[in-house]
Design a protein around this ligand. Structure first.
Ligand code: G3I
Length: 342
């Protein structure tokens, strides 16, 4: 009983009322469904044990991405051992709640297990990669809407990133990864995902050139993931982003916004900072909705409580649409308003 009264008077009460719809504010999820938009967040398995997290997620989103638990370090910790616990929990939760899943990610230079450094030849590297992709994609066949087949394979100068995969196989591993993913699950959409490629710049030029040539070579690539980890103290160049999205779409590709967060240069942002952040989210969602082939918009986190941002960018934070206490921020209302527009 005591717990019940504590709950009634807790700071989170207005949001509970809000989510239950008793004040007639619709959830983002219904509006996104109506617009044919997949709106989502990345998740960690342990968050799915938290009531408030799950309520907020289910009221607002129709797609999720495992934040870490499909990466090699966690899912394939030893050469002959997979650990499916976290990824299975997320995929099962999605199935039960009718959410789509973006698989993230099959090849990356980061968060890899140490044993990968034992690989010494191209032949061995390609064998290991093929086995990994067949096993992971095969396990979740039919359950994954889209895979980030390769992640961040272009470096900040517009060259292929000098990862262990590149050192041993040059860019051949990228083509092959797509081919194996297609063989393992012919119905999953296959993506190349990267950061700082949202406007036109040397990195997005390099990615564009790779995609253009890869399509000519018959590589089964369906789309490009624009991560969108951006600063919220200055507005991005929307026109350049629009032109960039358009050129990828004209190649026949889809564009997914895969990891958006708009970080602020303060952990206690002012009203003005939050409003500017809301404006940026609004303009970017409006921009995506201009294109029929950009119908996925995923936040890199549901609540500021669990965002990766303050750990990586000292002094920056408050990047998401719900604050640490699951309260909707001005950015939430920006998204709501865009989804309510006809
Ligand atoms: O699991 C360990 C835990 O056992 C340990 O106690 C703890 C101590 O630091 O670390 C835990 O691992 C952390 C892991 O997240 C899970 O929380 C790692 O240190 C930490 O480095 C890791 O960060 C992840 C980061 O990728 C790694 O580069 C972030 O959560 C995740 O949000 C971030 O996601 C990436 C995308 O995959 C690709 N695009 C960029 C994006 C942001 O960096």
């Amino acid at each position: 009983m005591k717990r019940f009264f504590r709950l009634i008077f807790s700071a989170s009460m207005p949001l509970i009322v809000f989510l239950m719809g008793s004040n007639n504010i619709p959830s983002l999820r219904e509006l996104a469904d109506k617009k044919g938009l997949l709106l989502g967040t990345c998740v960690m398995p342990n968050y799915l044990d938290e009531d408030m997290y799950v309520k907020t997620l289910l009221a607002n989103f129709n797609i999720i991405t495992p934040e870490n638990h499909m990466k090699w370090g966690l899912i394939h910790p030893e050469r002959n051992k997979y650990n499916w616990d976290g990824a299975d929990k997320i995929v099962n939760f999605a199935e039960k709640n009718n959410l789509k899943v973006r698989g993230h990610t099959l090849v990356w230079h980061n968060q890899n297990p140490n044993w990968i450094n034992e690989i010494k030849t191209k032949e061995e590297a390609l064998n290991v990669l093929k086995e990994h992709i067949y096993t992971v994609v095969g396990r979740y066949k039919g359950k994954i809407y889209a895979w980030d087949v390769v992640n961040e394979v272009i470096d900040d100068y517009g060259n292929f990133r000098n990862s262990i995969w590149y050192q041993l196989c040059k860019e051949e591993y990228i083509d092959k990864a797509f081919q194996w993913a297609r063989e393992a699950d012919p119905n999953a959409k296959l993506f190349i995902n990267d950061y700082n490629i949202e406007p036109i710049n040397r990195k997005s030029d390099a990615l564009y050139n790779y995609c253009k040539d890869a399509i000519k070579r018959g590589v089964p690539i369906d789309g490009v993931g624009f991560q969108f980890h951006i600063q919220g103290d200055i507005e991005p160049n929307y026109e350049s982003i629009r032109k960039n999205m358009k050129r990828f779409i004209e190649l026949g590709l889809e564009v997914h916004i895969t990891e958006i967060d708009v970080r602020l240069p303060s952990l206690k942002p002012s009203k003005e900072q939050l409003e500017l952040q809301g404006k940026i989210y609004r303009r970017l969602l409006e921009l995506a909705l201009e294109f029929d082939k950009a119908r996925v918009f995923i936040f890199w986190g549901l609540t500021d409580r669990y965002s990766w941002v303050p750990h990586f960018f000292k002094g920056w934070g408050s990047a998401l649409i719900f604050d640490e206490n699951y309260q909707p921020k001005p950015a939430f209302y920006s998204i709501l308003e865009v989804l309510q527009e006809k």
